[in-house]
Write a protein that binds this ligand. Sequence first.
Ligand code: FAD
Ligand code: MLT
Ligand code: ZN
Length: 508
Amino acid sequence: MFNSTVIKRAITRSRFQSIRLNSTVKLTKDSYPNVARANYAKLTDEHIAKFQEILSSNQLITDKDELLNYNEDWMKKYRGESQLLLKPKTTEEVSEIIKYASEQNLAVVPQGGNTGLVGGSVPVFDEIILSLAGLNKFRSFDSTSGILKVDSGVILENADNFLKEQGYIFPLDLGAKGSCHVGGVVATNAGGLRLLRYGSLHGSVLGLEVVLPNGEIVSSINALRKDNTGYDLKQLFIGSEGTLGVITGVSILCPPRPKSFNVAFLGVESYDKVKETFVKAKAELGEILSAFELMDHNSQVLTKNHLKTSHPLEEEHPFYILIETSGSNNTHDMEKLEAFLENAFESETISDGVIAQDETQIKTLWNWRESIPESSQIGGGVYKYDVSIPLDDLYELTNAARERLIEADLLGEGKPVIDAVGYGHVGDGNLHLNVAVRHYDKAVEKCLEPFVYEWVSGKNGSISAEHGLGFQKKNYIGYSKSEAEIKLIKQLKGLYDPKAILNPYKYV
Ligand code: FAD
Ligand code: MLT
Ligand code: ZN
């Protein structure tokens, strides 16, 4: 019989930023000595005085210790040495800052919640950090159409909580929701946990307000669902990772919030059975399927070590799946889910599982999935590969990487690598290969790069499914884009940002 165990403890989500007074993170310029500082101006007292005319004193940070949290990335892999953080509160302030930076040839890194996972949100050298955290106003919500307009610095979870009160839901959800910004997720074109249901931000973002690298404000924020007047320019900024303009406002189409959510956490004996379960879930759960997440055994071992609590399933399995359904009628949805699970259990597609019985248990089950990134990072560091691969070969990359690390004698007790874990959004053909390490180590990096990118390219996949290219993958774009495409990307960058002041050393 299917086991509906009651889960007793919920674990609260952690926020990622806290004030610290020193850093053990190596400077990016020392870890990657082949990258040279370009010919940008160096920050002077005169520049700071001008920024003080634009902003009030509490919107400028020059204190070294306070700057630490903004100079370092979430993975503790990259660290810049910016001497200035600017926190504008309005689009006009952003515009004045960028206009002056452009005139003075000062490089600028736009930063949202600093939860990005490719080193794109922090400076490489001494670029000025432009935090969008002060642009945090809700502009409007139309309860007939579901269109929300917000400043780009609104935290994703705050946007969703606001929508919840209106009976709507933000069409994107991810583990970093408590820290990442609406503008940040748009700038990275984040995918998240429910892309399967709500699609990509390229579809749901209706309009953007952007400050161009010369300071000009371009607004398509008064967006309509349909507007075929020429090029759809906003699409270029979605996923541009702060290299083409600073997003200051977002208008997004939000769906009604489902009235009923159900979550099942399942144990599965092979990757082939994961695929079988996915096919069955799509066929039998149909319109109520809203997430289908894969976690391998090792990802759950790391998470258990981190959460220090009992796993939802008593027995261990090679693979685990989290299935979420959401719909409008709980009795109907639960009946459908239970019938699907009974069927999958009887045909031995799945071998174990639990269904959450209330909201607390739903959160607890999700926590075993959402805590994997943090659990893989806390041992000392993590090499992250976020790739799209056709479903037949999706998980195989994890085995290939592990074997390669073992052959190179880099994995195991007393070695740099703790383990290689695989998890991700099966519904989107997106695997996250995380190599958890005790410390960052060039030998590990050389063992995995470009190996992983070559492997993915060999399967006609993409070297970035959702996190972007940032600093980490800037030299590897050729594995996923043709020369003609790269030429066009460079031409567009030259057109929008001729002085290349926005987010240099990344992406383009
Ligand atoms: P930042 O990290 O600050 O910046 C990211 C990039 O966008 C940088 O290049 C920056 O320059 C640029 N940028 C930020 N704001 C702006 C702006 N207003 N204008 C122009 N450029 C800007 N990603 C997924 O796709 N799916 C997931 O499921 C997912 N889960 C995550 C879970 C955890 C625990 C963590 C830590 C990260 C996760 N991510 C995921 C990574 C993801 O990219 C970020 O969480 C999010 O999209 C970045 O938002 P942010 O506000 O933190 O942006
Ligand atoms: C996730 O799906 O959890 C994220 O994209 C974050 C990660 O890969 O670490
Ligand atoms: Zn993801």
